[in-house]
Each structure stands twice: as structure tokens, then as C-alpha cells.
Design a protein around this ligand. Structure first.
Ligand SMILES: [Zn+2]
Length: 104
């Protein structure tokens, strides 16, 4: 193989490399990912459950207060279905989803 042929081969390889690179960059996001189609791998950092819990009572707009029995809303409730024996709001972060479902 002559030097010229070697050089030509080198340039050809280089061109091929650039073409591959261009293809990879022009492909839509996700399409260039080498991962096979199907079930995606689980995220390394899944969102902890407590980050999804609201910090404010949706009925009264008051932030939940940490009590001995967990966070609670300090407001008095005018909704008997969501009040405790003393008439205080019984909505808690863990049952907010239920409240939202019935008050949509
Ligand atoms: Zn409340």
C-alpha cells in the first residue's frame, strides 16, 4: 500500500467518523440512545414518597403542622366529614388525595 493510498484510507475513515457523528447529533432526542427499545431501566434516583405529599391543607390553605401523631391542619373545619370530634380539620398529607378526589 502506497502512502497516498494509506492517506486516502485514513481520510475515508475520518469522513465515515464525521458522518456517524453527524447522524448521531441530527437524530431526534432519544433516538440516538443505545438502549434497546422495551422496558426502560429504573431511574437511579426515584422520587421519595414524602416529596410528593402536599405541605398545605387544600381546604384551608394552611401549612400542615407536625404534631405528635404526624402533620395536621390547625384550622377548624366546617366540613363535618373532614373534622375530628373537636371540629378541627382532619385533612392530613396522607389523605389529601382522598379529599381532592371528593372535592374536585
Ligand atoms: Zn384544613
Amino acid at each position: 500500500m502506497t502512502d497516498t493510498a494509506l492517506l486516502a484510507k485514513g481520510f475515508a475513515l475520518l469522513a465515515e467518523g464525521y458522518q456517524t457523528l453527524a447522524l448521531a447529533y441530527s437524530a431526534p432526542a432519544g433516538a440516538s440512545a443505545p438502549a434497546p427499545a422495551g422496558t426502560p431501566p429504573p431511574p437511579l434516583h426515584s422520587v421519595p414518597d414524602d416529596e410528593e405529599k402536599p405541605e398545605v391543607c387544600p381546604a384551608h390553605g394552611k401549612p400542615f403542622i407536625d404534631g405528635n401523631y404526624g402533620p395536621y391542619c390547625p384550622s377548624q373545619s366546617d366540613d363535618p366529614a373532614w373534622a375530628n370530634a373537636k371540629g378541627y380539620c382532619n385533612i392530613k398529607p396522607k389523605n389529601v388525595a382522598v379529599w381532592l378526589r371528593t372535592h374536585a
